[in-house]
Design a protein. Structure first.
Length: 308
């Protein structure tokens, strides 16, 4: 069974993935572009039973694409978050994602990475024995029940705008890193649990904390994640990172490229060996031009780095 790490051949052989909804049209578009390395994003349809796990599984297998990662679903502007595992719906949908991922992993003799978010305040929540037990038990159950999965916990943003309106939350600094470190120290599974560093979420956090005169840097985010990093979600922001056209933008030109180069430098500074999913917004996801341009610029910068 292979685990989700890319192998360094030379210095810059980086596995790059594209995000894709679990729709035949989008999967076909990726295949036409020869973009074969896929992270699946699940959506609200996954919450109901209209489509069976077998149908989802068959759609992935028939695509012929290299699907290594499945992200828990988004619903009403919110993601599945580990501190909400006490809610039956959230726990069940997380475990349903793990089950689907394990089905795919068994078929492909591979290990599928399941992504879930973290909005906990680790320093406070670690004192709540009952809350931690629910989180720990849910993750332990998933890792023991589904041997063909790994789990990666992602950093988030300080303020979320959902169907209930904007509200603040935790988990936007290194709470995911602290929880993963705690979990590994207590239970093991170092090869099967880790973190996701989302650069868009990090940049949004940095921007908002600047308003509060709290200095946080991308370097700190890379440092926090270095021990247990499983994946980077690569995207930029416009303005403060909020709004339909400001969150998850590409690295296209000008200052975007300077920032992208800084991110690449940090990737190698901290000896990362994880894949990168380019997670950018598109006008049409069947025609992912922002992804393609960001990937082109990323590869150019990597080639330049290799030649210096």
């Amino acid at each position: 069974m292979s685990y989700l790490l890319f192998k360094k051949e030379g210095n810059n052989n980086m596995q790059i993935l594209i995000k894709c909804a679990l729709y035949e049209k989008e999967l076909f578009a990726r295949k036409q572009l020869k973009e074969n390395n896929i992270e699946i994003q699940l959506f609200k349809q996954f919450y109901n039973e209209e489509v069976s796990l077998t149908e989802y599984f068959n759609t992935m297998i028939s695509s012929g694409l290299n699907i290594n990662i499945i992200h828990t679903p988004l619903m009403k502007g919110e993601a599945v978050e580990i501190q909400d595992f006490y809610k039956k719906e959230m726990k069940d949908i997380f475990l349903k994602t793990c089950k689907l991922s394990n089905m795919l992993g068994e078929k492909l003799n591979n290990n599928i990475l399941v992504i879930v978010h973290c909005a906990m305040n680790y320093e406070q929540d670690i004192k709540n024995v009952d809350e931690m037990k629910v989180i720990d038990d849910t993750i332990l159950y998933a890792l023991n029940k589904y041997p063909n999965i790994s789990i990666a916990i992602e950093n988030i943003i300080p303020i979320v705008v959902s169907y209930t309106g904007p509200h603040g939350r935790n988990g936007f600094l290194n709470d995911n890193c602290l929880y993963v470190e705690y979990f590994i120290n207590k239970y093991g599974f170092k090869d099967r649990i880790g973190t996701v560093l989302d650069t868009c979420h990090a940049l949004t956090t940095i921007k908002l904390l600047q308003y509060c005169k709290i200095p946080i840097t991308l370097d700190q985010f890379f440092d926090w994640n270095k021990e247990n990093i499983k994946l980077i979600h690569l995207a930029n922001i416009g303005d403060n990172g909020y709004g339909i056209n400001n969150h998850g933008t590409g690295f296209i030109e000008g200052g975007d490229l300077e920032l992208l180069n800084d991110i690449i430098k940090l990737y190698f500074k901290y000896n990362y060996i994880c894949p990168i999913t380019i997670e950018v917004i598109e006008e049409k996801y069947s025609n992912p031009i922002n992804y393609l341009k960001t990937k082109e610029n990323l590869l150019k910068l990597l080639k330049f780095r290799q030649n210096i």
